[in-house]
Structures are given as structure tokens and as C-alpha cells.
Write a protein that binds this ligand. Structure first.
Ligand SMILES: [Zn+2]
Length: 417
């Protein structure tokens, strides 16, 4: 499968681009389409890298608009967990398809997911055509503890997701330090190192988590994870809102990635702003996540990156904090290599890219990157290409109506409508 994009701009210059077998084969002003190529006329559009969502629970689109405005623990206990106990594969499949549809429409080409029934998530991701690193949530403490121990639970999750392939990669998803035992976390650290599989865990989302960790283990959350071998270059820490300076120094030394979720943190009122400047000062790779649509409630990363940038400026009383160019590197995954974003639009790179209308009111004048961060929303995306396949063209995703109808049916079944 090959395609040629004509009449586009890249970094402000008129360019053509040819894609072959999922890879950017050639970029230049005079490339000609070959026989059989799909040709995209990108007049008035710029080619930019796709966006990377570093932390979400895709199928939670089914919960959108349920339990809004409740505190975190009441939202989980009263709204989410009782319904999650009744989830079937087809619920997760259509919830994830709905999430993928929204992500494709708003320019996300890859996401990091943690959710139940990961085999259904994997199937949905492959049918939708985008990329994802998937983890089944692992719990071995409290009500969620099953009869089998961590190894069996984790092996089953990895088996469900299967071997790494074109669009899907597996990860180990210990839910959090307060839902996984010490032994469970140690096992996960060893399994991750032996098999070279990333770890995706929630960390330091609330102050209560820090207070409990210090009371139970005598150290703060990042130090606790390090003691168990969990902090390393394959580890993605979602949230990190309450990390302190010494924890950030440790995370920087170990090479772990932190994914901030500013909108979900604001909505659930976690009480503190992610320490971006200190995280950056310690050289820590930083990604951006939406968290699940149950607690955001959107998966539109261009909306969230604006909030990320504004929140950091406000918090530091300094408008030069997190300038647009840095925000763009974060939302495209370039500030966190483990997350797997496309470095640049360059020959030899995976053909994961967007065509963005540069003739709209939002993007038509002024600095293009600044306009993408501060003025745009996902609505400016015209075309989304992943692995050389056109998933949206002219703002239209094929089969969108069916996905919305099926997701609605699943909501009715679950009593969420
Ligand atoms: Zn989460």
C-alpha cells in the first residue's frame, strides 16, 4: 500500500511526500506519484507528526458523563466499579472503538492504555488502525484481589494482548502502589526487565496516596517503587502530581517517564499542579495523557495541551514557563522517547502523520506552532494517517456511525444510558 501527498507544506515549505509500506519513503518538492498510489491533494494543509496520548483508559468512553462532579473515591466506588464488574469483551471492544474514533478525529496516532479485557482492546485498536501500548490493570490487594497471585494475573493479561506487532505492544499495568502488594510489584519489576516490557503505573495522583505510603513503608512513593526495582527506563508513571524534589531527582537518575494528565487532575481536584519545571530540570522525559473519558471527559489532546501550558504559566507566575514549542514536543511524544511518537516528518520514519488545515481562522495567521497549542482544537485535523493507512480524510472516518450506535447499545446494556 503506498500513497503520495501533494501540495502540502512541511515546516512552512511546499513539499510532497511518498509513503510506502507504512514508512515515509521520500520527501521533496518534485516527487511524482507512482502507478497505483493513493494521491492526497493537501492544498492549504500542513503535514505534522501525530499526537501521543501517554495515559488513558480508552473503553471508559462508555462512562462519559456518569458520576461527574463526585470526589474520586465516591466516583470509583459508586459509579465505576459496580459497572466494571459487569463488563464483557464486547463492551470494552465498542468503548475502545469509540475512543479510537475520537482520537483519530482529533489527531492521536498512538496511546498508552490500562483497562480490563485487554484482548478486546487489542482487537479494537487493530480494527481502528491506530497504535497502542496496552496493559490489563493488575491488582492484588483489597476487594479486587483474585484467588490467583500476581504472576498468574499478569501472565494472563500478557497472553490476552499477545506478542508485540505492527500496531499493538504489551505493557505490565500494576494499577497503583496502594492496590498492588510489595511482592506483586517486585515480580512485575523482574518480569519487565527479563522480557523488556514496559511498566505503566499510576503514581502520586493524590496527597492521601503519599501520606499512606509514608505511613505504611516509611518512604515516599517514588522511593518505595525504587526500593522494589520498579523505577527504570521502561517505566511510565502516570500523574506524578505530588512528587517532591528528591523523588524527581531519583526518577531522573533512573530514567523513568512521567505522564501528566492536567485536565483529569483539575476535574478531580487533586489539590496540586504537576511540578513541571522541577521534572524538566531533572531531565525526566515528559508525556501528556488525557486519562479516561470518564474523568476528563474528552480525548482531544490539543485541548489538553493548551490547559497544560496555561496551568504551568499560572502556577509559576511566569508566562515563559512551558512555551509553545516545548508543549508541541510533549503532545507529539517527542519529549518522551519511550512513548513511541514520531520524532519528525523525515524519510525512514513510520508514516504516522496528520494533515492540518493551515487556512482556518485559528491557524491562518501568526506562528503555526503557537496557533496549534493556544488556538486550535482537534477540529483543525483534516486527515489522520497511521502506519501509512488513511484513517480519516476530509474530517470523515469510515464506519463512524456504526461505532457510535454500537457503543450506545453497550451503554444501554450496562445501565449507563
Ligand atoms: Zn488513569
Amino acid at each position: 500500500m503506498s500513497l503520495t501527498v501533494i501540495n502540502a507544506t512541511i515546516d512552512g515549505e511546499r513539499m510532497r511526500m511518498r509513503v510506502e509500506d507504512g514508512t515515509i519513503a521520500k520527501i521533496g518538492p518534485r516527487i511524482r506519484p507512482r502507478d497505483g498510489d493513493e494521491v492526497i491533494d493537501a492544498n492549504g494543509m500542513a503535514i505534522v507528526p501525530g499526537l501521543v496520548n501517554g495515559h488513558t483508559h480508552a473503553a471508559m468512553t462508555l462512562f462519559r458523563g456518569h458520576g461527574d462532579d463526585l470526589p474520586l473515591m465516591r466516583w470509583l466506588q459508586e459509579v465505576i466499579w459496580p459497572v466494571e464488574a459487569r463488563l464483557e469483551d464486547e463492551d470494552v471492544y465498542w468503548g475502545t472503538r469509540l475512543a479510537c474514533l475520537e482520537m483519530i478525529r482529533t489527531g492521536t496516532v498512538r496511546f498508552w492504555d490500562m483497562y480490563w479485557h485487554p484482548s478486546a482492546t487489542a482487537r479494537a485498536v487493530e480494527d481502528a488502525g491506530i497504535r497502542a501500548t496496552l496493559a490489563g490493570p493488575l491488582f492484588d490487594l483489597g476487594d479486587a484481589a483474585g484467588d490467583d497471585g500476581m504472576p498468574q494475573m499478569a501472565e494472563r493479561g500478557l497472553e490476552e494482548i499477545g506478542e508485540p506487532r505492527e500496531l499493538v505492544a504489551p505493557a505490565l499495568g500494576p494499577h497503583a502502589i496502594y492496590t498492588v502488594s510489595e511482592g506483586g510489584l517486585r515480580w512485575i519489576a523482574e518480569a519487565s526487565a527479563e522480557r523488556d516490557i514496559p511498566i505503566h503505573i499510576h503514581l502520586s495522583e493524590t496527597e492521601e496516596e503519599v501520606v499512606r505510603c509514608v505511613a505504611d513503608h516509611g518512604v515516599r512513593p517514588a522511593e518505595y517503587l525504587d526500593r522494589l526495582g520498579v523505577l527504570g527506563p521502561r517505566t511510565v508513571l502516570a500523574h506524578g502530581v505530588w512528587l517532591d524534589e528528591s523523588e524527581l531527582a531519583l526518577i531522573g537518575e533512573r530514567g523513568a517517564t512521567v505522564v501528566t494528565n492536567p485536565v483529569a487532575n483539575l476535574k478531580l481536584a487533586v489539590g496540586r499542579v504537576f511540578p513541571y519545571r522541577a521534572t524538566r530540570r531533572h531531565g525526566i522525559p515528559i508525556g501528556l495523557g488525557t486519562n479516561g473519558a470518564g474523568s476528563n471527559n474528552s480525548l482531544d489532546l490539543l485541548q489538553d495541551v493548551k490547559i497544560l501550558a496555561l496551568l504551568q504559566k499560572h502556577e509559576t507566575h511566569d508566562p515563559s514557563t512551558l512555551p509553545a514549542a516545548d508543549a508541541w514536543r510533549i503532545v507529539t511524544g517527542q519529549a518522551a522517547p519511550l512513548l513511541g511518537g514520531s520524532e519528525r516528518i523525515e524519510e525512514g520514519q513510520p508514516a504516522d502523520f496528520l494533515l492540518v488545515r493551515s487556512d482556518t481562522p485559528e491557524l491562518g495567521v501568526g506562528d503555526f506552532t503557537a496557533a496549534l497549542i493556544y488556538a486550535a482544537s482537534g477540529a483543525v485535523i483534516d486527515t489522520t494517517v497511521v502506519n501509512g493507512r488513511v484513517l480519516m480524510s476530509g474530517g470523515v472516518v469510515e464506519g463512524a456511525d456504526e461505532v457510535i450506535a454500537k457503543a450506545r447499545e453497550r451503554c444501554v446494556r450496562l445501565g449507563l444510558d
